[in-house]
Design a protein around this ligand. Structure first.
Ligand code: UD1
Length: 337
């Protein structure tokens, strides 16, 4: 029998790509998702890619009773916890919803895991915990800065909750993955990012503009202290990112990991917004009309990862090129259209 893994938020963007990689690696995946920001058709896409339909449980992970039921029914060995609200702007408008969703669900799993003998939890965190670092690239030892949004704060608080539970001797391990900017889609274009409403993130807005759904991409600021004045981020292919979760889960299942480990998941290369637009145009041959507007509140100027810890300890490295990644995002957009 294959080892069972629970993927919360498995119908979402990163969760669906990770489910594909886990199934390809021989794990049996149970998805727990309330479909609040995803669609059930994603499960069909996963099945078309892998030939295996993951078990799907429509539950709200902030409901302790439902969490207990799912863990009792499936007896998973590990959990990858993606289920969370993730829009920075919305979190400023609805902070309590963010604290409720993002913290209650984690507490439920941490409390219930020992009852069902779950070995460990891989947690989706974000480079947002570093704020604007003084020194670039950022390592896992870079200082944690005060969060600039309730969303960012939930990631910091969740990291602290996991740390405190493990320090108190809870009988499971955790690997905290700090993502930089995940972009792109599965090369098959069967799954990808499904932004509901007007996209807030750069790449979905860019591909919708290239497809003519939006008139113009607004570039938020060209007066930053960077070579071309626009913000710099570390854009990482979503399939590369997903593979790191499989490696992290293997470490937990094979009892190779420390009680708690932290990894930056990025490419190690920073790209500006203007560079990304130009790379997209070159990779796809499609023009992206854009205009420079004022800075977006809360944006940090520049950040990119030092991924050498993940490269060395996990033996994982981002391998997809930015051109292939942008082409995959474009193929997915064309399919959505
Ligand atoms: C943000 C969050 C990150 C979160 C991620 C996913 C912060 C500091 N960052 O990343 O934690 O995980 O969203 O939701 O809280 N841009 C434009 N025009 C647009 C959209 C974006 O110019 O229409 C620019 C932004 O100014 C930024 C870059 O593109 O420089 C990337 O933006 P975005 O994709 O929204 O991601 P982050 O803000 O980096």
């Amino acid at each position: 029998m294959n080892t069972k893994i629970l993927v919360t938020g498995g119908a979402g963007y990163i969760g669906s790509h990770t489910t594909v990689e886990l199934q390809n690696a021989g794990y049996e995946v149970i998805i727990a998702d309330n479909l609040s920001n995803s669609r059930i058709e994603v499960i069909d896409g996963i099945e078309r890619i892998t030939g295996i339909r993951p078990v799907f449980e429509q539950i709200d992970c902030s409901d302790e009773h439902m969490v207990r039921e799912v863990l009792d029914k499936h007896r998973v060995k590990g959990i990858i916890h993606f289920a969370a609200s993730k829009a920075v702007g919305e979190s400023v408008q609805k902070p309590l919803m963010y604290y409720r969703n993002n913290i209650d669900s984690l507490l439920n799993f941490l409390e219930v895991m020992p009852v069902y003998g779950v070995k460990g939890l891989v947690f989706s965190s974000s480079c947002t915990v570093y704020g604007q670092p003084d020194v670039l690239p950022v390592t896992e030892q870079s200082p944690i800065r005060p969060a600039t949004s309730p969303y960012g704060n939930t990631k910091q608080i969740d990291e602290e909750i996991i740390r405190d539970a493990i320090h108190a001797g809870h009988p499971y391990k955790s690997i905290i993955l700090r993502y930089f900017n995940p972009i792109g889609a599965h090369p098959s274009a069967e799954i990808g990012e499904l932004p509901i409403g007007i996209p807030q993130n750069l790449v979905p807005f860019l591909t919708q503009t290239a497809a003519g759904i939006r008139d113009k991409l607004a570039v938020f600021g060209n007066d930053y202290n960077t070579p071309d004045g626009s913000c710099i981020r570390d854009y990482i292919n979503v399939v590369d990112l997903s593979r790191a979760h499989v490696v992290a889960m293997n470490r937990i299942i094979n009892s190779q990991s420390e009680p708690i480990e932290y990894y930056n998941l990025g490419t190690g290369k920073g790209l500006s917004v203007l560079q990304l637009i130009s790379l997209f145009e070159k990779a796809t041959g499609v023009k992206v009309p854009y205009t420079i507007v004022g800075r977006r509140e809360g944006d940090i100027e520049q950040i990119w990862a030092d991924p050498s810890h993940a490269n060395k300890v996990l033996g994982w490295k981002a391998v997809e090129t930015i051109e292939d990644t942008l082409r995959s995002a474009w193929r997915w957009q064309q399919k959505l259209k």
